[in-house]
Design a binder for this molecule. Structure first.
Ligand code: MSP
Length: 521
């Protein structure tokens, strides 16, 4: 990985359903980091995509009376459209049915075969098709999947196995050394214990192929075997950046290892045990960090298609707008922990933080600039700084570091709080300074200029730090301040240094950024 390369990924989603709030959550969270890191000058590569193979897809296609490829092709657009609607700026979108992926998976198998990590054996045990996961007798109770509760099937197959059991010690060493170095492989660190005790319990070799159906990537050295879908899926993280393609060797070298794999806590073992072991076996570096977030809960239950409580993002976006949608999930749910979501709390956040604090601040201030200064940024008179002015500058100058520290921890709530400290301060500042009184006399005109200039400047800076989460409204605030495209900022801390708002810049009022929402609507 070159110094500035910042590669981050989401899980690739199953195509058995259209995106819902749960899958959108991971994607939007990753997008906010991708956007922020572009603003800190990193060479970001943000990957998401679709997990299109496996028995589940083959069965769904059969039920629909179409080929598996037709089936996945019919669902894929729902994902690209949803991500487009949510302002997701992924740099690549991988589908595991693409040629580049198949080629990479086969190259990977050839490598592991040559290195002696694969052998042929017999598998007998339980399999959960909806979870695409193997389970042993002691894990399954009454034919129920321990993960999703649905029926498991008993399978007996001659499969290829990966010598996962060889990697227990190396995995434990990885978790330990990384934690000791202060760059934990598994985050949040509270999730590491569960993984460590699983590995300490002893790893079994993993069946990596299936023979009873054909919807998958064929093993290059064994006819009739297709890759087990989870292994196929994990490899997307390297095939998308050119693994297995000699023409893309330089790109792969540049991008890998990933900075972050964002995953839900339910798929942590695949990412923190199997995946690093596969990479070690192939002689590749392991990612910097796997970050496992919690679940979105509605009425105390995980939102999921199988529970029938999955909601699509579109209805919420229609009501609240894209930026408020993004803001709500990142502000109200602590990343890494489960979080309850509800319409009431969303309306509350929207009206409180967005309509009242932020939207209202912009409207009032831009209005006053128009009213008192004909819509142009007034010059800041010299030598008149009050304590309140100094304090505002101090809050604004502390913002970049506070925000950076929080985002390095993927603590979106604290990052947004830091921006809100400035926004709230400016609101109080205007209230106390009462520009409408200052405007009454010539004598107080210099103070009026100072107040409006300072408040506009603070709003310019606040917009910068809202941009990763709320890109549309931040860009709009910059436009209304007569500034350039906020998305072109590549050094956010330098752009946030106090005093850069050009005097005389045209300021326009515009429509409310977040019109108030009434509960009964
Ligand atoms: N296809 C696999 C991932 C392969 S990655 C190499 C998969 N797909 S999934 O579509 O079922 O889920 C993808 C992610 O969405 C998981 O990380 C899962 O935790 C997340 N979410 C699904 N429902 C969720 C919530 N209700 N809340 C938060 N995230 C949840 O697993």
């Amino acid at each position: 990985m070159s110094d500035s390369s910042f590669y981050l990924t989401t899980p690739i989603y199953y195509v058995n359903s259209v995106p819902h709030l749960g899958t959108a959550y991971t994607t939007v969270a990753a997008d906010a980091i991708a956007r922020y890191r572009r603003m800190t000058g990193h060479d970001v590569h943000f990957l998401t995509g679709l997990d299109e193979h496996g028995q589940k897809v083959a069965q769904a296609a059969e039920e629909a009376g179409v080929s598996p490829q037709e089936w996945v092709d019919s669902i894929a657009p729902a994902f690209t459209e949803a991500w487009g609607m949510l302002g997701v700026t992924n740099d690549d979108f991988i589908r595991t049915t693409e040629e580049r992926h198949k080629r990479g998976v086969q190259a990977f198998w050839t490598e592991l075969f040559d290195r002696g990590y694969l052998y042929q054996g017999h598998y007998e045990g339980w399999y959960c098709v909806p979870c695409e996961t193997y389970f042993s007798d002691d894990q399954v109770n009454e034919h129920e999947c321990p993960s999703c509760g649905r029926d498991v099937t008993y399978i007996k197959e001659d499969n290829w196995f990966f010598k996962l059991s060889d990697f227990g010690d190396r995995l434990l060493e990885l978790y330990e050394t990384r934690a000791a170095e202060g760059r934990p492989f598994i985050r949040p660190e509270t999730r590491a214990n569960e993984v460590i005790s699983f590995v300490k319990g002893g790893l079994r070799d993993l069946s990596i192929s299936r023979t009873t159906f054909s919807w998958g990537v064929p093993l290059p050295f064994s006819e009739g075997h297709v890759t087990y879908v989870w292994i196929d899926a994990l490899l997307n993280y390297i095939t998308a950046i050119g693994y297995g393609d000699p023409a893309k060797a330089a790109e792969f070298e540049h991008r890998w290892p990933a900075q972050y794999h964002f995953v839900g806590k339910d798929i942590i073992r695949f990412h923190c045990v199997i995946w690093p072991a596969m990479l070690m076996a192939a002689g590749l570096e392991v990612p910097e960090c796997v970050y496992a977030h919690g679940f979105l809960l509605t009425k105390g239950e995980k939102m999921s298609k199988s529970k029938g409580n999955a909601q699509t993002p579109a209805s919420l976006v229609e009501r609240f707008g894209v930026d408020a949608y993004r803001y709500y999930f990142l502000r109200d749910v602590r990343f890494g922990e489960d979080g309850s979501i509800s319409m009431e709390s969303m309306v509350q956040r929207y009206n409180g933080d967005l309509a009242n604090d932020w939207g209202n601040l912009c409207s009032r201030l831009f209005n006053m600039t128009e009213k008192y200064f004909g819509g142009s940024v007034p010059a800041l008179p010299h030598g008149l700084a009050t304590d309140a002015d100094e304090k505002m500058r101090a809050i604004a100058s502390a913002l970049p570091q506070r925000y950076e520290d929080a985002m390095a921890d993927l603590d979106y709530g604290t990052a947004l709080e830091a921006a809100w400290d400035l926004i709230k301060y400016v609101n109080g500042y205007i209230e106390n300074a009462a520009p409408w009184n200052l405007a009454k006399s010539e004598e107080t005109l210099p103070r009026l200029k100072a107040v409006i200039f300072n408040a506009l400047e603070a709003v310019r800076i606040a917009a910068l730090y809202c941009a990763p989460v709320m890109p549309l409204t931040s860009a709009e605030v910059w436009r209304r301040l007569g500034l350039g495209d906020i998305h072109e900022v590549t050094d956010i801390a330098a752009a946030a240094a106090w005093g850069q708002l050009p005097v005389g810049n045209p300021v326009t009022k515009g429509e409310p950024l977040f019109p108030r929402i009434y509960e009964e609507e």
